[in-house]
Design a protein around this ligand. Structure first.
Ligand code: GUN
Length: 273
């Protein structure tokens, strides 16, 4: 079966739209965009499109790449103190001249709708899920709950190493009683782990790193990232050769981005409340 995450995201958008239509004061999402590379532009476009669809206010704060770290910290502080902004994000990556850790650290955790601040990331480890949630990892968890997949006792391999997806989803899976295997670029032979896994989540951006002979029958495959080689898009999963072997696989083309945005908007509504 091919996972229909556009449909799952659509259901979240519809629910948000209904809730927001009943609010006197609409939630407001702010986005700071410094480095206008094509991918960041595309992501921000999607965030604007869906924020407006659900009835939120959306404000884009665009800066030139020569903005200094100090000036950017001042802009973050302005949004921390702006009572009209329910939550905001700083779109990554930032130019090399700016330390993204310092910028993320400066965001007020209660307005950190991306859930990138160390205080928020730390909460996942102790399973405080009473507040906001990390966007892409929660989007993936929504897929499991949508299809009634009980993670308890499942062997799940997560591939790559990042603060945005890999670390938070590893913690969330552990909290859901999965047996989690974390692979990265130094893992000698990932097929040793993928071949025993019930679920594989991969976010490397390396073309077809997961092939048919590396997985068992009826596996669930979640492909989170892609890359371009000679202008052709490649995903982590060799979809065409894998799809008939799996019980569920994410579609190609089509990606987890829709779920990321849906959770971001859910967080913004919570922050507004
Ligand atoms: N760059 C790539 N993905 C993301 C994301 O989810 N949030 C932000 N702020 N930047 C990103």
């Amino acid at each position: 079966m091919i996972i229909d995450w556009k449909k799952i995201a659509w259901e979240i958008y519809e629910k948000l739209k209904e809730q927001i239509s009943k609010m006197d004061r609409k939630p407001s999402l702010g986005v700071i965009l410094v480095w206008n590379n094509p991918s960041s532009e595309k992501y921000v476009e999607q965030k604007k499109k869906w924020a407006e669809f659900v009835g939120m206010n959306f404000a884009l704060y665009r800066f030139e790449t020569n903005i200094s770290e100090k000036e950017l910290l001042e802009e973050v502080e302005k949004l921390n103190n702006d009572t009209n902004t329910s939550g905001f994000i700083v779109q990554l990556p930032l130019p090399d001249s700016i330390d993204d850790k310092k910028i993320i650290n400066a965001i007020n955790p209660t307005k950190d709708v991306d859930w990138f601040h160390p205080i928020n990331q730390g909460k996942i480890l102790i399973w405080d899920n009473s507040w906001l949630a990390p966007c892409t990892p929660s989007g993936i968890m929504e897929i499991f709950s949508h299809y009634d997949i009980n993670l308890s006792g499942k062997i799940v391999t997560v591939i790559w190493k990042s603060n945005i997806v890999w670390k938070p989803i590893t913690a969330m899976l552990i909290n859901a009683w999965a047996t989690v295997i974390s692979c990265n670029s130094k893992t000698p032979d990932i097929s040793k782990f993928t071949s025993i896994s019930d679920i594989i989540i991969s976010a490397t951006g390396q073309a077809w790193i997961i092939k048919q002979e590396m997985v068992k029958d009826w596996v669930i495959l979640i492909d989170v990232w892609f890359n371009y080689i000679d202008w052709k898009i490649y995903w982590d999963m060799d979809f065409e050769n894998l799809k008939d072997k799996t019980s569920m696989i994410t579609p190609v083309p089509g990606w987890v981005g829709a779920m990321t945005v849906a959770v971001l908007l859910k967080n913004t509504l919570k922050a507004a409340k």
